[in-house]
Design a protein around this ligand. Sequence first.
Ligand SMILES: Cc1cc2nc3c(=O)[nH]c(=O)nc-3n(C[C@H](O)[C@H](O)[C@H](O)COP(=O)(O)OP(=O)(O)OC[C@H]3O[C@@H](n4cnc5c(N)ncnc54)[C@H](O)[C@@H]3O)c2cc1C
Length: 601
Amino acid sequence: MPIYTAPTRDTRFVVNELLELGSYGNLPGFEMVSEDVTEAVINEGGKFCAEVLAPLNRVGDEHGCVRNEDGSVTTPPGFKEAFDQFREAGWGTIAAPEEFGGQGMPHVLGFVMEEYIASANQAFGMYPGLTNGAISALIAKGSQEQKEKYLPKMISNEWTGTMNLTEPHCGTDLGMIRTKAVPNGDGSYAITGTKIFISAGEHDMADNIIHLVLAKTPGAPDSTKGISLFVVPKFIVNDDGTPGERNGVSCGSIEEKMGIHGNSTCVLNYDGATGWMVGEENKGLAAMFIMMNAARLGVGIQGLSQAEAAYQNAVAYALDRRQGRALSGPAEPEAQADPIFVHPDVRRMLMDAKAFTEGMRALCLWGALLVDLTHKAQTEEEREQADLLIGLMTPVIKGYGTDKGYEVATNMQQVFGGHGYIEEWGMSQFVRDARIAQIYEGTNGVQAMDLCGRKLAQKGGAAVQAFFKVVGEEIAAAKEVEATKDMAEQLEKALGQQQAATMWFMNNAMQNPNHLGAGAHHYMHIMGIVTLGLMWLKMAKIAAAKVDSAGDDKAFYEQKLATARYYMDRYLPDAGALRRKLEAGADSMMALGEEAFQTAA
Ligand SMILES: Cc1cc2nc3c(=O)[nH]c(=O)nc-3n(C[C@H](O)[C@H](O)[C@H](O)COP(=O)(O)OP(=O)(O)OC[C@H]3O[C@@H](n4cnc5c(N)ncnc54)[C@H](O)[C@@H]3O)c2cc1C
């Protein structure tokens, strides 16, 4: 069975030493985060995920979810009991507002837990994960009555939530949705239509499921300007807050899919179901983006999580499996062969994974801190700065993080050779589960367009300029330190590639928008590379300052420095190649017409 240990030492490094969470004690919610509280979340959360959720990962993959004849859905054996334990321990409430029963702690700690949950069992994590997305939308756009009715039970995970956007004929282009919402005359609406691919759409783990549904009211514009958001509970909530009459929403079927079998991906049929509008009519898209931005960061964490879980197993295997001899001469002459760990190609894959997971963990938790600062920083200027940066970072965390997470997961499968392809070892599940994160919550192509088409130009380029400033300042500071000087210079070159690519877009994309579309994926990856470079430079600086006096921790900081060096040597150069691809523009990409793609017999 695959192994999983929560990487608590590394989390502690990021939370305490890189982000210095304790230094924000003057901000609301941060004041309660003593070292003990942080330790409890990291240690106990990690333990819960490793001991309760990880052993169910394989079970979920093998059993999947079953739709019964009456339309109910049974989750894999053990999921319901684990969710009961999860709920009782309050693991879903960490960063939720106290006003509605949450613990009001920083998102940083919520994200720590999200990583552990998703590494241990991504399919399981999606039940509370989607609930969090729905909670965010209700907090931002719900009426006070809606908040009071739904949020406490959703935050406590007595009820779960879903996000209903996709329909058979539209996923990316939501302007085309056909689900109708007709006023009932009493303030409620009759919702009719079919939603597909709805994660956690129906299951047996909670007393009620609160669906957030995009639909169009009669006469609304037939575009994104005509979308409204509705809350549609599976059981209509009684005045005393208990689940009452069954609503007109049912699970038509469960999708057969490549991975995350433990999560019920449902076709949901709305047949005149009673719903209530959330926010303003025709402003559903804005509400949806709130839901999706929260969810996109969660999906970015899934990229990290599958890479981390696969990496841990690949390391164990590489140390155990013996094949061939080290190029520099036998490492263990008395044995018939050396562990495959000695081979540089195996080491390349493991180092790539280590550099990604540790860098990505730092990035995700920095992202979480930015989310907190957006609401809680002391000055308006700091709040705006955080908002600009997290807006820019969200498609990078989601898009680059999951592209790279998938690549790492397949490389970790490769470490197992043929055994990685055989289900027995569990490596195939990591690859299959990681794959979806590149697709849902807006495909990574859509993330790239969000980054390049919207975020770069926003407020006259203020966000990307703020980012350049943050990286530039870090480089300048690291150049002053002997141990990090050359790393800073390497990052400076990569930053120069990103700046040049940005300039190329500015000079060329207006006259031909296809240039933007053709280069967006490359740009997102350049930015991912530079951003992880920023994280590694910061981590290297801390490690360099501490390594000589670290006592028992010396090896930890030495490893950080060596991994930072690897990152600078092996990741950053890709920024130059990607820039050259981007600057090739759209012409050769778009040159051929339809007929050229048809295979001639
Ligand atoms: C397991 C699973 C779980 C899911 N969970 C949910 C859920 O809980 N709720 C929900 O509402 N949906 C959910 N989805 C749906 C998911 O978000 C969509 O599948 C995804 O957003 C893509 O939409 P689509 O499948 O219709 O692809 P399409 O929109 O048809 O896209 C097809 C291809 O065209 C590209 N493309 C489309 N438009 C553009 C454009 N303008 N620019 C560049 N490229 C473009 C895409 O990147 C993609 O490569 C889930 C899907 C799966 C498979």
